[in-house]
Ligand binder design. Structure first.
Ligand SMILES: Cc1ncc(COP(=O)(O)O)c(C=O)c1O
Length: 258
C-alpha cells in the first residue's frame, strides 16, 4: 500500500491532495515494459494485436457493440461529427463550461457551437435545450462533467423528438452508468479520452468512440485510418488518428488490473 501514497506524503503534516499521482500510479511499470517488449519483438506498431484487444476490452467496459480507438479524445469528438456529416451551416448544442476540446471539435468540423448553460451539478441544463434548437441544429453534445452523467433520459427524448444526433463527450466518465444503463444507450456515440489525467489513462494520448450503430462504427473505422479499407483501397478521405499500439498495451494492462 505504501507505494500508492504521494511521494511527498511523509514531508507534509497534512495529507495534500495532488492534481495527479502519475508516478505512484505507474510504480509497477516493469510489468508493462514486459508487455511492450512483445510489441517491439513483433514490430507490431500500428493497429496491432494490442489495439484489437483494447477495443474489445473497452467495448465490454462501456457496454457498447462497437469501440473504435483513435488518437485522442479531441479526435474522437471531431471524427464522430465528421462521420455524422455535421459541418458548415450546422449547429451543435453544447455547454460553455467544459474543456476547450468540446467546442474546438465543433468549430474544427465547420459547425457552429450553440451554448446552453449548466446547472449546479456542472452539467447541461436539460430544461433549456429546447430553447436553443433552430432549423440548423444537427446534434446535442452534452458533457458529463467530472464523473457525473447528464440527465440523458430527457436529453435523448428531446433529440428523438427533434431528430437530432447525440454525441456524448464522455471524457470524464469511463465506465459510468446512468439509471443503471450504459451511456451508449442514450444517443449515437460516446467519446472518451485516455489522456494521463483521465481515469483510464495511458502514457500519452489515446481516445475512444463507442456506439451501438453499425453504419456509424464502420465509417469511423475507415476515417480514423485515412479511409483505407485495406492497404490498397481508399473508400473515403479520412484522417490519421489511430490509437498507438504502445498506448493500447498500457490501456490493456490497466483494464486487466482495474
Ligand atoms: C471534457 C473533455 N472533452 C474532451 C477532452 C479532450 O481529450 P484529449 O485531451 O484526449 O484530446 C478533454 C480532455 O481533457 C476533456 O476534459
Amino acid at each position: 500500500m505504501k507505494n500508492f501514497l504521494p511521494t511527498d506524503y511523509k514531508k507534509n503534516e497534512k495529507l495534500k491532495i495532488n492534481h495527479s499521482y502519475l508516478v505512484e500510479q505507474f510504480f509497477d511499470y516493469s510489468k508493462i515494459f514486459k508487455e511492450l517488449e512483445k510489441v517491439v519483438k513483433k514490430g507490431d506498431y500500428t493497429l496491432g494485436k494490442a489495439v484489437d484487444e483494447c477495443e474489445k476490452n473497452f467495448a465490454k467496459r462501456t457496454g457498447a457493440k462497437y469501440a473504435i480507438s483513435v488518437g485522442n479524445g479531441t479526435d474522437a469528438l471531431l471524427l464522430t461529427l465528421k462521420a455524422l456529416d455535421i459541418g458548415a451551416g450546422d449547429e451543435v448544442i453544447t455547454v460553455p463550461y467544459t474543456f476547450i476540446a468540446t467546442v474546438g471539435s465543433i468549430v474544427t468540423a465547420g459547425a457552429k457551437p450553440v451554448f446552453v448553460d449548466i446547472k449546479e451539478d456542472y452539467n447541461i441544463d436539460e430544461n433549456q435545450i429546447i430553447n436553443a434548437i433552430t432549423k440548423k441544429t444537427k446534434a446535442i453534445m452534452p458533457v458529463h462533467w467530472a464523473g457525473r452523467p447528464c440527465e440523458m433520459e430527457k436529453i435523448y427524448s428531446i433529440a428523438k423528438k427533434y431528430k437530432l444526433h447525440v454525441v456524448q463527450d464522455s471524457a470524464h466518465v469511463i465506465g459510468a452508468r446512468y439509471k443503471k444503463k450504459h451511456l451508449v444507450n442514450f444517443g449515437d456515440a460516446c467519446t472518451y479520452s485516455m489522456h494521463p489525467l483521465k481515469n483510464l489513462n495511458v502514457w500519452g494520448d489515446g481516445g475512444f468512440i463507442v456506439t451501438n450503430k453499425k453504419k456509424l462504427a464502420n465509417k469511423l473505422y475507415l476515417i480514423r485510418n485515412h479511409g483505407l479499407k485495406d492497404r490498397n483501397t481508399c473508400k473515403v478521405f479520412g484522417y490519421n488518428s489511430r490509437l498507438d499500439t504502445i498506448q493500447a498495451t498500457v490501456a490493456n494492462y490497466k483494464m486487466k488490473k482495474n
